[in-house]
Design a protein around this ligand. Structure first.
Ligand code: GH3
Ligand code: MG
Ligand code: MG
Length: 436
């Protein structure tokens, strides 16, 4: 019998296998399904997902076999992981490497073997999907292709297993961090059920964690506005407003403790958005919002601005100068990179409650709640300066022009944007690289 030599990159290969955290884990029906398909498809009594560990091969899934591992020196799979191609032994009795192998001369009496390596995305072969028979047989090229395709599915399952573990770890870390904060953090889902209630919330809000009813929660936690005259009605609770899609920032509220005394809290609240919803409101190139994102947020912000005598809403509209020239001279990819970089400085200049939108090809719009003319000008100037400090590949000097407008009470948003657009036109025609 001839044992397989160690593959090149054996250390990397073992490290890769360890990263999956899959060795010695319980049965997983998803892997079992693949071995069942392989056994039926090729008409063989045995099929395995074998992971080749340092001194053993361990089976993540198996049909037609009772052992869950064997030593590596007798493993056919140790040979199959030496190359990317499907490894085939049509008749082990006639093969000098295997005729006296204990798995051939004794149970499970292997005579035929075909194994496709499990090639990970980094190109390492951590194991095989293999089919075995107690009779000699041939294996056609199209069968080898099918086995290789099934092996790709097994690798997909391994990747899924790894990512699921990583997500669970990341989630546990975030929960630990949130629990170690002094700030109260509460999250509820659209049905009003509590998803997250951190340790500080438990300390400061007491038994309210059990409550799913915002009204009951108000009563239990006694949330007052800063004047402390009357408890807030449920619809004014920041978390309830966030459920309606509003972003609440820096609201001062008073919480009444069990001793009857008040403590002032600065409260933030944001809606959670499902990934699909977020994606459909995000520009894929820049990660900024699109026009739908603005449509979602604007009505709340405008209604709020009209309800209170607070600062108005401002709009800043930007257009990169001579962008066509960058595409023409440095190429479209560099143009895209410029857009991503500009989006980055755009975000850095903004506050959390600002809504940043890719308005057109190289036009950006900032919707700025609670912002007067000076604030909007300051913001636009920060963006303009940051853009002119950018250096992206062969793009050369970058500049941007901006027009800003402040909304009057009850004014429609389109009208404000049209005014900002007129100012932008003015900035362009008076020499670019400026804010009007
Ligand atoms: P101006 O200073 O007058 O604004 O000059 P300009 O060259 O920027 O003129 P204009 O606004 O008409 O041109 C915009 C160009 O932006 C045209 C289009 O090819 C390019 N563009 C639009 N979207 C994209 C994109 O996603 N990627 C890249 N690389 N280019 C884009
Ligand atoms: Mg343009
Ligand atoms: Mg332009």
């Amino acid at each position: 019998m001839k044992s397989a030599p160690l593959p090149e990159q054996e250390n990397d290969r073992l490290a890769e296998l360890r990263r999956y955290h899959v060795l010695d884990t319980p049965n997983d029906p998803a892997f079992d399904r693949v071995t069942r398909i392989a056994s039926e498809l090729f008409g063989v009594p045995m099929a395995l997902v074998s992971l080749v560990d340092e001194n053993r091969q361990w089976f993540k899934a198996f049909v037609g076999l009772s052992a869950s591992e064997t030593s590596r020196d007798v493993a056919f799979c140790a040979h199959a992981i030496l190359k990317d191609e499907v490894f085939i032994v049509e008749d082990a009795h006639a093969d000098p490497r295997f005729f006296d192998n204990p798995l051939v001369t004794g149970p499970p009496h292997i005579r035929f073997y075909a194994g496709a390596p499990l090639v990970t995305p980094t190109g390492l072969r951590v194991g095989t999907l293999c089919t075995l028979d107690t009779r000699a047989r041939s294996f056609a090229a199209h069968e080898a292709r099918m086995l290789a395709t099934l092996a790709r599915i097994v690798v997909d399952l391994l990747e899924l297993h790894r990512k699921t573990n990583e997500l669970a770890d990341a989630n546990a870390r975030i929960v630990t961090i949130i629990d170690s904060m002094d700030e109260v953090v509460v999250a509820i889902d659209a049905g009003g059920r509590t998803m997250l209630f951190n340790d500080a919330a438990r300390r400061q809000l007491g038994h309210a964690s059990a409550s799913n009813d915002p009204a009951a929660w108000v009563a239990a936690t006694q949330v007052y506005d800063a004047e402390r005259i009357a408890p807030l009605p449920p619809e004014r609770l920041p978390i309830v407003r966030a459920l309606g899609g509003e972003v609440v920032r820096g609201e001062t509220l008073a919480l009444r403790g069990q001793d009857g005394g008040f403590r002032l809290h600065c409260v933030n609240a944001s809606p959670f958005q499902e990934l699909e919803r977020t994606m459909s409101r995000t520009d894929p190139l820049t990660g900024l919002g699109n026009r739908r994102a603005l449509d979602d947020v604007a009505p709340h912000a405008l209604a709020r601005a009209d309800r209170r005598d607070e600062k108005p809403v401002a709009v800043a509209l930007f257009d990169l100068d001579h962008f066509k020239r960058i595409n023409d001279t440095a190429g479209h990819d560099t143009g895209d990179e410029v857009l991503r970089e500009v989006a980055r400085v755009f975000r850095a200049a903004a506050r959390a409650s600002d809504v940043l939108v890719r308005w057109g090809g190289e036009e950006l719009l900032a919707f700025l709640p609670e912002c007067d003319l000076d604030g909007a000008r300051g913001f636009a100037e920060r963006v303009r300066e940051a853009v002119s400090a950018l250096s992206v590949g062969r793009a050369g000097a970058l500049t941007i022009s901006a027009g800003i407008a402040v909304r009057a009470r009850e004014e429609a948003l389109e009208v404000v944007i049209a005014r900002a657009d007129a100012r932008l036109y003015e900035a362009k025609s008076s020499g670019r690289d400026r804010v009007c």
